[in-house]
Design a protein around this ligand. Structure first.
Ligand code: WT7
Length: 657
């Protein structure tokens, strides 16, 4: 098993921190939840499902036909009603749902009653445009309230949404639109990023103008006021269509297994996978975990998850989990350094944020900027801190605890994936004695283990592959349109045992606590974003000057991993140097999106290959991380590595552009 060497010392950590007494005494979920769930996991999840409002109660908790699951069979509910109308009906309509803060500083607070009205209008508008139950709707928006409104409007009418992160290119957007055959797109003219207005609509145009595109209607939110090209047969302004709708909408209840959304994520091949999530089980688990892991108290907490709605974290822990619990939350459009590096802490101070959920890459960036910056703000409202997206190194964990959490906030390091839908492994803040760098233990009702190559559980102190041994309510139901790939990707590795293979390496420490060690496949984790090596390789070889490319994720002090590409040029192209490297980096950004721009591109004469022609990525990683090369005897031509190594050290273009 390949393992990230930067993380291999993690599980020797001995520090631990008990929950603050006050929190432990009043925690939403106590120690007994583990026993209760262990005694009967299905009854446990049924109890959690009761937290929601069902139009029709289910007959059977789980129908498990491995690897296909149906949860809460026979039940029906409306997900949007659970996130909105339910709170208004209970007299909480005046409670703020979203404190929106735009990057330029514009602010807008929206109550649950207002949000419900907006979602009803948007649902009516979508219906008027011809969106029917089951139709897929693409959402390509910045972090503005309309993103959540659009998702909930889709949920309300049973039209599965597929949100594409605004940092993806027209080409990536087009592939996703084509894969799920979407006739409808919701976008905006643009959004604010790093102090400037960036365009979104033009990317949608490029995708929708392509031959054979299924797109018939584009609904456009005006955010920046920038000029946009307009196709009157196809494009409609949100304010023209949505604003004039009735704010009443009779919501139909849908089957518990009705598709709620498709979210694309990178796999080990060039083609992203459309992860399908459904309604009842997904909402049950996201709602419960938001309640349990963040100890969320609707009356007093102000919650802030800094993720973008384009990722699963935004789906589960900005929209569905928190809103099902009637949370008051902050939504911020921009980057943490605009207009100054204290922006996050200013927001925490101004809104009195109590629960903060962010990513290790952000924490490491704040560390780099220095502790003086947060120290200038009043962060005393914070009472709990969360981390997600990649392993958090103990230094970052300790810094987060000390400089953001004032040494008295529990940190919940939450492991999960797009595929799991909700948090799976995490401390419980009122129960767990936390250890810097460990996600620790499967939540009540969740069964995880670490197994060896043959699928046998490793003893405490051992390492291996992380698996999930029992179905869980928010699990992906399939890969959109590709059941075979679903079986192959997740269920074939340990098919004998019937385990879900997560693709992560993990260790158990002497207490049996879990330490995540990063991906064991060809998936990279760049700032908590999943990008496949193959995807970047095929983007590179689609450039006319490139003959062959190999891509690895090299350890990076801030982003976790950085993309390093080794490229062989086509015959006749002997040009080298900065211009070509820049051209290739921009080409990858154009093909996939700026998030996939390689940190480094190395033009090489050869790639290290085995005699059977397989590229030896391990060696390339060694070079990229400046390590001594391991065994090179299996190489067809061992001198290749010297040629590569010599060149690489002399050429390190920066990733910031
Ligand atoms: C991959 C899933 C879960 C939402 C964000 C990413 C890595 C995620 C942790 C964590 C160690 C983590 C894993 C996982 N990962 N959280 N707390 N500790 N690793 O979702 O894009 O589907 O990526 O992110 O490698 O497999 P995603």
């Amino acid at each position: 098993m390949t393992e990230n060497p930067a993380l291999s010392n993690l599980s020797h950590e001995t520090r631990h921190f008990d929950p603050p007494e006050e929190l432990a005494e009043q925690a939403n979920v106590g120690e007994d939840a583990y026993d209760e769930a262990a005694a009967d996991p299905l009854v446990f999840w049924e109890t959690q499902a009761e937290r929601l409002e069902w139009a029709q109660k289910w007959d059977t908790a789980l129908d498990w036909d491995p690897p296909f699951a149906k949860w809460f069979v026979g039940g029906s509910l409306n997900v949007a009603v659970n996130c909105l109308d339910r709170h208004v009906a209970a007299g909480r309509g005046d409670k703020v749902a979203i404190h929106f803060e735009g990057e330029p500083g514009d602010k807008r607070s929206i109550t649950y009653a207002e949000l419900t009205a907006e979602v009803c209008k948007a649902a009516n508008a979508l219906t008027e445009l011809g969106v029917q139950t089951g139709d897929r709707v693409m959402i390509y928006l910045p972090m503005i309230p309309e993103a959540a409104i659009s998702m909930l409007a889709c949920a309300r009418i049973g039209a599965p949404h597929s949100v594409v992160f605004g940092g993806f290119s027209p080409e990536s957007l087009r592939n996703r639109i084509d894969d799920c055959g979407s006739k409808f797109v919701i976008t905006s003219d643009g959004g604010y990023r790093r102090g400037a207005a960036s365009a979104l609509k033009s990317n949608v145009d490029a995708a929708a103008d392509a031959d054979g595109s299924p797109v018939e209607r584009i609904l456009v939110v005006r955010r920046t006021g920038q000029d946009v090209d307009w196709n009157p047969d196809r494009d409609l302004w949100w304010h023209d269509v949505v604003d004039r709708q009735s704010d009443r909408h009779e919501a139909e209840a849908f089957d518990a297994e009705h598709p709620l959304f498709i979210l694309y994520t990178s796999g080990t091949t060039a083609k992203p996978k459309g992860i399908l999530h459904t309604s009842g089980g997904y909402l049950t688990q996201t709602s419960y975990t938001h309640h349990a892991v963040f100890d969320h108290k609707a009356e007093t907490d102000v919650y802030w998850c800094t993720a973008d709605i384009g990722w699963v974290t935004g789906h589960s822990y900005i929209v569905y989990g928190p809103m099902s619990n009637g949370a008051t939350q902050v939504m911020y459009e921009g980057t943490p350094d605009t207009p100054h590096q204290g922006r996050f802490w200013e927001i925490v101070q101004n809104y009195g944020v109590t629960l903060l959920y962010t990513a290790p890459t952000a924490i490491r960036t704040f560390m780099k900027w220095g502790a003086e910056i947060p120290s200038e703000f009043d962060l005393s409202s914070l009472r709990l801190l969360g981390s997600v997206g990649e392993p958090i190194n103990p230094e970052a964990w300790m810094w987060y605890r000390e400089h953001i959490g004032g040494d008295n906030c529990p940190i919940v390091d939450t492991w999960w994936q797009t595929e799991t839908g909700g948090i799976m492994i995490s401390p419980l803040p009122g129960v767990t004695s936390t250890k810097p760098g460990s996600a620790q233990r499967a939540l009540p009702g969740i069964s995880a283990d670490v197994v060896d190559e043959s699928g046998q559980p490793v003893p405490n102190g051992g390492g291996g592959y992380l698996v999930l041994t029992e179905p869980w309510p928010a699990m992906l139901r399939t890969i959109w349109g590709d059941d075979e790939r679903f079986k192959e990707t997740y269920w074939s590795r340990f098919s004998k045992q019937g385990y879900y293979f997560a693709g992560d390496g993990a260790k158990k420490d002497d207490d049996g606590d879990l330490w995540l060690l990063g991906r064991v496949d060809d998936v990279m984790n760049i700032s908590g974003h999943r990008i496949s090596t193959t995807e970047v390789e095929s983007a590179l070889v689609s450039h006319p000057k490139v003959a062959e490319a190999a891509v690895v994720g090299a350890t990076d002090p801030t982003t976790g991993q950085g993309i390093v590409a080794f490229v062989i040029l086509r015959g006749g192209n002997d040009e080298e140097g900065a211009d070509l490297v820049k051209e290739l980096r921009n080409h990858v950004a154009k093909e996939i999106g700026p998030i996939a721009k390689p940190r480094q591109i190395m033009i090489v004469p050869e790639l290290p290959k085995t005699r059977s022609g397989k590229i030896m990525r391990r060696l390339l990683r060694d070079v990229a991380e400046n390590r001594d090369l391991g065994d090179v005897t299996t190489l067809a031509d061992p001198t290749v590595m010297n040629m590569i190594g010599d060149g690489l050290k002399s050429d390190k273009p920066s990733a910031e552009e």
